[in-house]
Design a protein around this ligand. Structure first.
Ligand code: NAD
Ligand code: LMR
Length: 340
């Protein structure tokens, strides 16, 4: 999506000849929660992606309208809307990529973990359906708390006998998007040139941006600047929740981030080489069973989980500080899935 989204606004620029539908394989992408705050703009962005041949939009209600609307856009993807439990199987059947932004968002004063009681059940039931109807799909988990919902989905898949650690991803791309934006502004470098990895998890201090490795490097940033950039990245979600003042959390920037990550998954499936994104996956990078770091994507999903690289002392400390919280969130998810 990056390349597509960076193009100009005219439709001819969005879809040059090189992107004509004939050049790419058939790929079905399903969005669960497609009528929601993230789901709607994400449906739009995936309809603009020439790698998508079938776009399946599922929610408990409201998807026929979203699908009718988006389907009028003159791009490759055929759009279907599905609503309600009895249509979930059809929505998922044959999916290559399933993106899950289903569930409740935060209000001011809440942590992501406060969403656990509602979203854990939603994710568990959706994962159960994925195991049944499209066990080989790459699953892009957006629903919070990601630090727990990914372990929940893994447990559901294990129970169903369909678990493949290469195919389950917690979407942490929004942390990377924010880190790039904030770094570019502070370091006064062009934002489109910036690369920053963000590792750990997706909540508060478990979000660990590695600004010491950011490119292009900046020697104008002080330790205080790095501390402030780190804190702003960690609190990026809360910044939006507070600004929206009760009307939800990040939706537009999340839709962009979700589209970037799904596009990377599709490129990997299609055999494009050197596709690397950060994601929260099953991992041996630390002693924790799940961890976000750079991941190389390929025809089967995760091709390689990349290590952390050299960390500054500040980042080493951040890494140690995040482990207890991340461990507890992972264990909470596993326990829920085993007991419910
Ligand atoms: P929203 O309330 O606007 O939309 C959620 C949608 O999910 C609704 O349309 C709802 O009907 C649907 N839904 C509920 N239960 C469902 C089910 N069983 N099956 C299918 N759909 C179902 O919320 P939103 O702003 O779109 O946020 C969705 C989730 O994404 C929240 O949990 C939020 O915290 C999370 N989020 C994650 C990130 C991230 O970086 N990973 C960023 C932003 C938001
Ligand atoms: C975000 O980072 O914006 C999301 O996880 C939503 C939230 O609750 O902050």
């Amino acid at each position: 999506a990056d390349a597509v989204l960076r193009r100009g606004a005219s439709s001819s620029q969005f879809f040059p000849r090189a992107f004509s539908s004939g050049s790419f394989p058939e790929r079905k992408v399903t969005i669960l929660g497609a009528a929601g705050g993230i789901g709607q703009p994400l449906s739009l962005l995936m309809k603009l992606n020439p790698l998508v041949s079938n776009l399946s939009l599922y929610d408990i209600a409201g998807t026929p309208g979203v699908a009718a609307d988006v389907s009028h856009i003159n791009t490759r993807a055929e759009v279907e809307g599905y609503a309600g439990d009895d249509q979930l199987g059809k929505a998922l059947d044959g999916s290559d990529v399933v993106i899950i932004p289903a569930g409740v968002p935060r209000k001011p004063g809440m942590t992501r973990d406060d969403l656990f009681n509602i979203n854990a059940g939603i994710v568990k039931s959706l994962a159960t359906a994925i195991a049944k109807y499209c066990p080989n799909a790459l699953v892009n988990m957006i629903s919070n708390p990601v630090n727990s919902t990914v372990p929940i989905a893994a447990e559901v898949f294990k129970k169903a006998g369909t678990f493949d650690e290469k195919r389950l991803f917690g979407v942490t791309t929004l942390d990377v998007v924010r880190a790039k934006t904030f770094y570019a502004a502070k370091a006064k470098v062009p934002v489109e040139d910036v690369n920053v990895s963000v590792v750990g998890g997706h909540a508060g201090i478990t979000i660990l941006p590695l600004f010491s490795q950011a490119t292009p490097p900046s020697n104008s940033l002080s330790h205080e600047d790095i501390k402030a950039l780190t804190k702003r990245t960690q609190d990026g979600g809360t910044e939006v929740v507070e600004a929206k003042a009760g009307k939800g959390s990040a939706t537009l920037s999340m839709a962009y981030a979700g589209a970037v990550f799904a596009d990377a998954c599709l490129k990997g499936l299609n055999g494009v080489s050197d596709i690397v994104e950060c994601s929260f996956v099953q991992s041996n990078v630390t002693e924790l069973p799940f961890f976000a770091s750079k991941v190389r994507l390929g025809k089967n999903g995760v091709e390689e989980v990349l290590g952390l690289g050299p960390l500054s002392d500040f980042e080493k400390q951040g890494l140690e500080n995040l482990k207890p919280e991340l461990k507890a969130s992972i264990e909470k998810g596993i326990k829920f899935a085993r007991e419910n």
